[in-house]
Design a protein around this ligand. Sequence first.
Ligand code: GLC
Length: 621
Amino acid sequence: MNNLDNISLRMKKYEDIISDTLRDLYGHLPEFEKWRAEIFRIILTSIAQRPQHLLDLDILRETTDRDWYLKPDMVAYMCYPDRFAENFRGVEKKIPYLKSLGITYLHLLSVLRPREGHNDGGFAVADYYSTNPKYGTMDDLTHLTDALTENKISLCIDFVFNHTAREHDWAQKALAGDPYYQDFYYFFETEEEPKEYEKNLSQVFPETAPGNFTYCDDAKSWVWTTFHPYQWDLNYKNPNVFMEMLKTMLFLANQGIEIFRLDATAYLWKEKGTNCLNLPETHKLLQVFRGIMSLAAPAVCLKAEAIVGARYISKYLGDPAGEKPECQLSYHNALMAALWMSLATGDVYRMAMMIKSLPPRPQGTSWITYLRCHDDIGWGVLTDDRQASWAASKEDLQELNDFYEGKSEKSFARGRIFQKSGQNSFHGTNGTLASLAGLEKAIEEGRDTDIRKAVARITLLYRLIFSFGGIPLLYMGEEVGLFNDYTYDKDDPLRDGRWLHRPRMPKNDEKDEKLKEIRLELFSAVQSIAQQRQQQPLLHADNPTNIIDSGNRHVFSFTRQGDKGILLTLANFSSERQRIEPDVFVLNALPERLVEQFSHTGHNLAEGIILEPYHCMWLKA
Ligand code: GLC
């Protein structure tokens, strides 16, 4: 079959789905049919312009390699190019480093040209068709993409499509009075309507950017700005906004981007009287983006960044039956926050209950499992469903905050609170993995036993996210245990606390011998976990994750079951040795003899299992 046959087959498969979903969103508009025809013209033009090697990749991924993003060999790494390796060319030189960690997926932050000055770490894009000048040109990016492809690493970038920078051409034209572009944003002449909306909205940055609207002097109007005053929310009720963002996505897909991280996905559609989060139209928009990518660039994956309550996140993967697919991937932010809660309390009960309560993932989708990223750990996800038996109370969250700020007596962490908006109101915690897991404090205090515990905590968390079910994601510098960067707020009047955990990768010249040794130890621990994962077919994302009751509140346990057997993960979150009784294994019909995959030690489950403090085992029949 040649490319054309494939494309016409795809057209048959997706044309109606795309048209029907577009009709649901925009069918009531007078010029809908003309507009719909224009959308298909854009899609066909994009296919015609798609480079041959990407057309070939499309065919490969829709035939023999459909599950490429579900395979156990997927391991992700995310970084700011300048903090990691200066620029795109520098990143290219680091490909061997990434490969030595088993990386197959690289997420680069702030790739497209942001506004100058404050730009929310690159999330205020001024131009989607050019690159961040700090890192290089579009040609440099293409060079890097080619090199990554040669090395079988897929490139992921942020697709910031909920808002643009105020400096973006559309916003500038709107400010200059062009009504066509004024309709790209939400402008209000008086404060009445914003106040009406505000009644139901939450706030993302209550401390540094309170409210969801900003008065714009130049426009003599209020503008919708969910995030910062310079990030203007796009109006998806206007079909031309959808059309322009689609063109952008198709253009970038043709540059070789393989994974789009859909930024702030949950906020796309707004309706008065609602909290403007997770609305049905937002899901429809994702369904239509997915349908169009399946037609125009099926090699591409969409990843939802929906930092919302546990009960909402799986919806971004589509309906459980897989009839209305949305993103292939989604961040498991609920698991991430729950892991940190369990580490602080040493108790996994709530985490287990929460994960159990989630609807199953549709086949063909996967989580991104992670510990840290460039954002804070948002605790809200743990209280979102107050009725749930696992929900944390305000007091629990206060304790978590105190713990990770290092305030409570038992704390090993060195974090900082993020966006405190009142005595008992806060958004989350900042800090690097190593600083939050106790390594920074232990090294500073020079206590070997505490250092060992911190390393054990980090290894525990990694072994868990590498086997849970999804693509494990490493955040730059974690693999060598980078500590918080306390210099971040020196020249930053906004004092965005998230820069605390965005340190630069150190040069290879660590003087402190102890630290050097530990960095190497962590690096090889991550390396061996990644290698182990790659050898375990049971970790394919289509094999379900079943949480089992370990009969011990300190031990989180789950199985991954496939045709060829079962893999059991046991993770002890306490600083004490723990025992799992034999009846747990009998009740869950687990085979009697299992072999631990890292130590190659055989275990007879009839004798029960002992787990050392903060130890995580992968046991296989
Ligand atoms: C996402 C980004 C975050 C940014 C926000 C607004 O949540 O991860 O860093 O501030 O979107 O774009």
